[in-house]
Design a protein around this ligand. Structure first.
Ligand code: KG4
Ligand code: ZN
Length: 349
């Protein structure tokens, strides 16, 4: 069925599920852009004392809450189950046990309602969170910065993804969380470093990992080690680490590299818009620096509001709509894929 035929018959009301990591989320999204409900249950308290996400605990917590979250998402949308046109779910990447819980729930509901299932890519979701706040102009360049991913993606047209750069070691959010932990902050540490860095009067200058001059890849483990070395140096002298100055030095190094490479990519690929997304897009310093750099070049910038930057199901509903309008559905025997490829998930036309 063509996009217009399907879109004309139904509004494209998608019930979306996201359980790839430590948030259990369900949402109802109409037409890929209108969020009717978006409920997120964070497990962060269950993982905090371990300093990071424990996969086995994450799966169990998803099992406990997924059904209730789906019920609440429908109730809060003001619609009925019979109004749902498709069920979307994060198929990957993510923790396999966590993905499985969402996928099983989505399949059961799709089967019961006799509507299509749409297995959705988590990073496509982060990128298309931007569609929930406005039109996307193509070609676009997306900078995806989260706890598990750091990627520069070119979108020549709607639903087409080409990865031109990625981290060679730690993801940005992962580096934030590790540095925060070394400075004595609980998981997730990104917001603590962000706050400390914003309030700091001094800066402890740290190196930037530019890699090869033409590379769009990233590397953050050297920077993380540099912070740890500074903390050790202070310890040897019997002094406390200069936490604000270190946080600011770390954040400035991260932001400098992210902003510079994203803008170089935007120019090289003739982007008409830059999209910033993923949990680290909540970072105040990064948002401000990216806005300033794009403003100076007259390049439109889109950043979702904070609640759509971190993991949520509405973004999955937005990405799934790409497949809905094209009638590209997922068979009910589909498997969770922790290494699902974003490029292969691109739409077929
Ligand atoms: O996208 P997300 O919710 O989950 C993944 O898919 O990974 O991202 C979570 C990551 C965590 O590493 C967290 O520390 C980081 O986003 N984060 C931040 C900020 N808020 C969340 N990092 C830096 N500054 C922030 N304000
Ligand atoms: Zn994510």
């Amino acid at each position: 069925m063509t996009a217009s035929a399907r879109g004309g018959a139904r509004a494209g009301v998608i019930l979306a599920i996201e359980t790839s990591c430590d948030e259990t989320s369900a949402a109802v999204v109409r037409g890929g852009r209108e969020v009717l409900s978006n409920l997120v249950s964070s497990q962060v308290d269950a993982h905090r004392r371990f300093g990071g996400v424990v996969p086995e605990i994450a799966s169990r917590k998803h099992v406990e809450s997924i059904t209730r979250m789906m019920e609440l998402a429908v109730a809060e949308s003001g619609l009925e189950l019979r109004d749902i046109d498709a069920v979307a779910v994060t198929q990957g990447p993510g923790l396999v046990g966590s993905l499985l819980v969402g996928l099983a729930a989505a399949k059961a509901l799709a089967l019961a309602l006799d509507v299509p299932l749409i297995g959705t890519h988590h990073i496509a979701g982060h990128i298309y969170a931007n569609r929930l706040v406005g039109e996307i102009r193509y070609p676009a360049v997306a900078l995806v910065v989260s706890g598990g991913h750091t990627e520069l993606v070119v979108l020549e047209r709607e639903g087409s993804f080409r990865i031109i750069g990625r981290t060679r070691d730690d993801a940005v959010g992962e580096a934030y969380d590790k540095v925060a932990r070394a400075l004595g902050f609980p998981y997730p540490g990104g917001p603590h470093i962000d706050r400390l860095a914003s309030d700091a009067d001094d800066v402890n200058e740290l190196p930037r990992a530019w890699l090869e001059p033409d590379s769009y890849d990233f590397s953050f483990s050297g920077l993380k080690s540099a912070v740890l070395a500074e903390i050790n140096k202070a310890k040897m002298k019997g002094e406390p680490p200069m936490r604000p100055a270190l946080a600011r030095g770390f954040q400035e190094s991260v932001i400098d590299v992210l902003v510079t490479k994203a803008l170089r990519a935007a120019e090289a690929f003739g982007a008409r818009q830059l999209l910033l997304c993923g949990g680290v897009a909540a970072n105040r310093g990064l948002r401000a620096a990216m806005a300033a750099a794009c403003g100076a070049r007259g390049l439109p910038l889109s950043i979702p509001p904070l609640e759509l930057c971190t993991d949520n199901a509405a973004m999955i509903g937005a990405a799934a709509y790409l497949k809905w309008v094209r009638g590209e559905f997922t068979p009910l025997d589909a498997k969770a894929d922790p290494l699902l490829s974003l490029e292969e998930w691109s739409v077929k036309d």
